[in-house]
Structure formats: structure tokens, C-alpha cells
Design a protein around this ligand. Structure first.
Ligand code: TXE
Length: 459
């Protein structure tokens, strides 16, 4: 294990010391999880259901505390306190599956043909820094509901809310070790993926890291589901409600979590006829963002995660303008009282070529690239011209067009006249380099169940 200084992005100063797990601590967590899983699966379905509901109740009682820890984790404004609420919703949703029939039987020629669904045993859930509680919701909740134990590894950059959640699991009465929270960096994460006691890995993070995870998982042929990055296209058609589209696009683009979201609508495609009118509204909404202390409930825009992230994002902006993009707003590190934090102005670039680096690479910061299009076919072509395929957004009053375009977009989720309001009722996940597998819905539960076919001769 190692001691890690956690840096608070709003001040650039340490706000906690965290013990990061090494291979030994990972091995201990997996061993404890194996014992706990046997206890867990020996309970009745009603007992497991009631324990998950109990955990949801305990999370509900601590929403404010978890929201405050989320701020300490990655300086997301307290006004965006949705992560813990989502965790409670997913826990309640998946608790509801536990005592419901998931198996089935098929007519066989002369035998009893049973299809049963069984847990993997111990599941490793690896979370990114920008939403550990969201990943606890989308991956840890269904894994538990499916009868697994979970070793949960939050990022070294944002371990605090997850550590508290681990304590709440004990308070809720879950068997000790059933949820093992082990903050760690790449080394601890790799030890977890390689561990022979892990039955399945649910990885959420960047595509480059996913490649390393998939390679390591081959050591034991451990199955992996991945929820990765995005470069989501946001299509504004001429018939859209421009005021609503501007507000949604600003929120889903540079403002929400300062653009540090896999669902960030970072490529804004605007139809020719409304280009100027829409941009004026869009820039006005961005200009109304309240930038400041994330603990101030009126603040809607905070810093990026680290000094290195700030440097990376500013370099990407400079490279884009050097390549011909026009800077419409932003593009600089904030100064004044915000200088010590990693604050970058909300940034909008126009005249962006869709084949350029800024349009093809996940920036993961408050930067949106604006691209014009003339008709539906060009909008679809531009939107699909990306290695990513996580989200796409459509703004139009013509729902026949919305459905026609949605069917052509190469992305796992399409949002029409709304923002990415992830919920437990719908499967969420990516096409192409945005990952495989789904979280949410019945699909999200089945990711953590193995299918067994039992044939019993009755004659
Ligand atoms: O990812 P990283 P970050 C994506 C988002 C962006 C990334 C940002 O689009 O690409 O996540 O999060 C651990 N073996 N999503 O910077 O660096 C690391 O410690 C095992 C998509 O954290 O890939 C961290 O816990 N683990 C998502 C985790 O991997 C390793 C929504 C991710 O780290 C490792 C949110 C290794 N070799 C963000 N190296 C969605 N699609 O829903 C690092 N880690």
C-alpha cells in the first residue's frame, strides 16, 4: 500500500491523505469477497432484496454527506449533487429484481429443459474519477442484485465518497467483505484485473486504459465489460426550439462537470439556416454560468480535475486555433481568486473541421467544437465520422425526423430534445470505441449473470 496526497481541484492543495491499495490489499479484498459471496447467496431472495433496500435507505439518509464528499473528490459543484441520488435509485431498482423470476424452462422432447442464471462470484468494478458513485450505481448495484460480491476500485483521484459508501454498506448490514472498496491507481487496478479470483470485470474509464485492462484480463480469460469515452455529436436542426436547444446544449456541453463527462456533447453540429441565431443564444447561456467555489450552491461551473488535465486541455485549444478554428469564447486559465484552482473558461471553437484532432479526440474538458451542416444526410455523416459512439443528441420538433436520424446514428444512446439523464430503467453503453456491454435495465443485470442450461431426463 502507498500513502497518496489527494489534491482538491478547486484550490490545488491537499485536502486528504488516502491509503492506496497494492497487490496484497487487493488479494485480501478478493479473499474476503469470496467468503462474503457464499454468505450472500445463501440468504433467501427476500433477505437479499431487503438488504439492498436497506442500503438504499442508508444512502438516502447520507445524501448530503455523499454530495459534499463528491465535491471534495473532484470539485464538482454541490449544485450538481446527482451522483448519490442516482446510486439510491439504482439500488432500489435492482433490489426489485432479486425476488423476481429470471430463469425459464423450455419444452424439450422428453426432458425438463431449465435455463438458470447464476452469479459470477466476485466481480471487480473499476470506476473513473468523474463519477465513482454513478458507477457504483450502474455496475455495483446490479452485480450485488445478481448475487455477486464486488471489489470496487475507485480512482486514486477521487476515492473519498466511495470510501464512505463502503462504510454505509456495513451500516446497512451487508455481509462483511461483500463490498470491498479499494482505492488504487494503475498498479492496484492491474492487480485486481489479473486476480484469478475475479469472475468478471466491469471497467469504466478511458479507451487507452481499457486496452490495458483487456490485455491483462486475458491472463485468466476474465470477461470484461467496458464503459468508455465519447465525442458525442449534438445535432441542432433548423426547426428546433432554439432557446431550449441552447440551454440543453450549454448544460450538456462545456458546463456540466466542466465538460468532464463521457456524455459531454462536445461536437455541436448546427444546421445552416439557424447557425448565427443559435450560436448567439448558446453563447449567452454559457456566459451566464456561475463560476466559483464548488461548495457554493449558486455555482454551476467548477475546475477541471488536475494541473495535468488543465495543461492538456489548453494545449488542445491552442492546437485547434493554430489549425484554423475560431475561438468564440473562453480558451484561457481563469485568474483572480480562482488562480490556485484548475479553472479553465468554458470554451467554444467554431470553423472546426470534423477530421481535426479537437473533433476526433476526447478533450474531457469545457470545450465544444461547432460544425455547420446543410441537411439530414450530412448531419448523420458528420456525427458518425468518429471512433466513438456513446451518446448523440438531436434537437428538432419533427419526431419522425428524430427517429429516422436516431436509427442512423452509430451510438448506444440517443437523446431527443433532452440531456443525458441516465436512469436505471434504460440500458446505457457505447458503440465502437465507447465500449461494450450495458448498464441499467434488465440488460445491465444480465451482464452480471451467467446462463446455465440444465436438462433433466424425466422418462
Ligand atoms: O479514466 P482512466 P479517468 C471515461 C471518460 C474518460 C475517462 C476519465 O470518458 O475517458 O473515463 O476517467 C484505473 N488497470 N468515462 O481519467 O484513466 C484508474 O485508476 C486497471 C466513461 O479516471 O481510464 C481509474 O480507477 N485499472 C464513463 C480507472 O481505471 C486501471 C463515464 C479509469 O481510469 C489501469 C465516466 C490499469 N492498467 C467516465 N490504469 C461511461 N462511459 O459511462 C488505470 N486504471
Amino acid at each position: 500500500m502507498t500513502l497518496h496526497e489527494h489534491i482538491y481541484p478547486a484550490t490545488g492543495k491537499s485536502n486528504a491523505q488516502v491509503v492506496l491499495a497494492g497487490a496484497q490489499e487487493i488479494d485480501q479484498a478478493v479473499a474476503a469477497a469470496k467468503v462474503a459471496q457464499r454468505q450472500w447467496i445463501s440468504l433467501t431472495a427476500e433477505q437479499r432484496r431487503d438488504l439492498l433496500i436497506n442500503l438504499a435507505d442508508v444512502v438516502h439518509e447520507h445524501l448530503d454527506e455523499l454530495a459534499a464528499l463528491n465535491v471534495q473528490d473532484y470539485a464538482v459543484p454541490i449544485s450538481y449533487a446527482g451522483n448519490a441520488v442516482l446510486l439510491e435509485r439504482f439500488l432500489r431498482h435492482y433490489a426489485g429484481y432479486i425476488d423476481k423470476p429470471l430463469g425459464s424452462s423450455n419444452p424439450g422432447p422428453a426432458d425438463l429443459n431449465l435455463i438458470e442464471r447464476e452469479p459470477y462470484g466476485v466481480v471487480a468494478v473499476i470506476a473513473p474519477w468523474n463519477g465513482a458513485l454513478v458507477v457504483a450505481a450502474s455496475c455495483l448495484a446490479p452485480a450485488l442484485a445478481a448475487g455477486n460480491a464486488v471489489v470496487f476500485k475507485p480512482s486514486e483521484l477521487a476515492p473519498l465518497a466511495s470510501l464512505r459508501f463502503g462504510e454505509l454498506c456495513s451500516e446497512a448490514g451487508l455481509p462483511p467483505g461483500l463490498v470491498g472498496v479499494v482505492p488504487a491507481g494503475a498498479a492496484g487496478g492491474d492487480a485486481l484485473v489479473r486476480h484469478p479470483g475475479i469472475g468478471k470485470v466491469a471497467f469504466t474509464g478511458g479507451a487507452d486504459t481499457a486496452r490495458r485492462v483487456l490485455c491483462s484480463a486475458t491472463e485468466n480469460l476474465t470477461p470484461v465489460i467496458t464503459e468508455l469515452g465519447g465525442k458525442s455529436a449534438n445535432l441542432v436542426f433548423a426547426d428546433a426550439d432554439l432557446d431550449a436547444a441552447a440551454a440543453l446544449s450549454a448544460h450538456q456541453g462545456p458546463l456540466m462537470q466542466s465538460g468532464q463527462s463521457c456524455a459531454c456533447a462536445s461536437r455541436l453540429l448546427v444546421q445552416d439556416g439557424v447557425y448565427d441565431a443559435f450560436l448567439e443564444k448558446f453563447l449567452r447561456v454559457i456566459g451566464s454560468a456561475v463560476i466559483g467555489d464548488p461548495l457554493d450552491p449558486t455555482v454551476t461551473f467548477g475546475p477541471v480535475i488536475s494541473q495535468s488535465a488543465a495543461d492538456r486541455i489548453l494545449a488542445a485549444i491552442d492546437e485547434a486555433t493554430a489549425s484554423g478554428a475560431t475561438l468564440l469564447t473562453g480558451g484561457r486559465r481563469m485568474n483572480g481568486s480562482l488562480t490556485s484552482g484548475f479553472y479553465i473558461e468554458p470554451t467554444v471553437l467554431a470553423d472546426v473541421d470534423n477530421s481535426s484532432a479537437i473533433a476526433q479526440t476526447e478533450t474531457f474538458g469545457p470545450v465544444v467544437s461547432v460544425i455547420r451542416f446543410s441537411d439530414d444526410d450530412e448531419a448523420v455523416r458528420l456525427a458518425n465520422d468518429s471512433v466513438y459512439g456513446l451518446n448523440a443528441f438531436i434537437h428538432t420538433r419533427d419526431l419522425a425526423r428524430a427517429h429516422r436520424v436516431a436509427r442512423q446514428l452509430e451510438s448506444g444512446s440517443v437523446w431527443v430534445n433532452t440531456f443525458s439523464d441516465i436512469s436505471p430503467q434504460g440500458p446505457y453503453g457505447g458503440y465502437k470505441h465507447s465500449g461494450s456491454g450495458r448498464t441499467g435495465g434488465l440488460e445491465g443485470l444480465q451482464e452480471f449473470l451467467q446462463v446455465k442450461n440444465i436438462r433433466l431426463a424425466l422418462a
